[in-house]
Design a protein around this ligand. Sequence first.
Ligand code: O7M
Length: 211
Amino acid sequence: MTELILALDVLTREEALEIAEETYPYLDAIKLGYPLVLGAGLSVARELSQFDLPLIADFKVADIPNTNRLIAEHVFESGFSAIIAHGFAGSDSLKAIVEATENAGGECYVVAEMSHPGALEFLSGETAEKIAQMAVDCGTDGIIAPATRPERVKALRSIIKDKKILSPGVGAQGGDAREIAPLIDGMIVGRSIYNSENPAKEAEKFAFVRR
Ligand code: O7M
């Protein structure tokens, strides 16, 4: 089964709660990050926990090990069950997050390759593959890989094997949900759902990926 993860990148607490209320029956998790947390405060995570879905903290953490650990501990104490890190800061930085994740009983994902066009300028190809290997070696739960480039998802799958791939980029960024769904474990969808006239109906349309 491929999970459906809502990227809740709205800017206010009210909008966030309203969209979550409408869509939660069709979701497997909610991902929130800077747009919502900077707009509504970190306490929005506790409020969203009423929907009983895993909350993924997308802060793409990329600092020295000590700072990474402090961020990860804070994230897990705030009601999140998973955290997303960047890999380019290196394995010691990543291990600090993995340790905090294990202590909290959560999950940790690493961005291996991004979905937008500019991603090809620095963190793609061999670099993305090295980050994916590091994600395996450091004991993370999986990686983020681009729904906009299914051939890259296949290449990264051969490295991370049965760990999870969560994949953003369908809809607004041009990725095809039906093409990518069989290759991944979780599909991250934002604007197609939360900008729609009827977010619940739009979320329901992704039901096929969850079969
Ligand atoms: O469906 P969208 O394009 O509105 O939203 C996609 C979400 O996925 C949004 O929250 C992005 O910040 C995020 N994302 C990407 O779009 N591309 C990436 O390469 C990585 C992410 C992401 O979630 O990284 C953890």
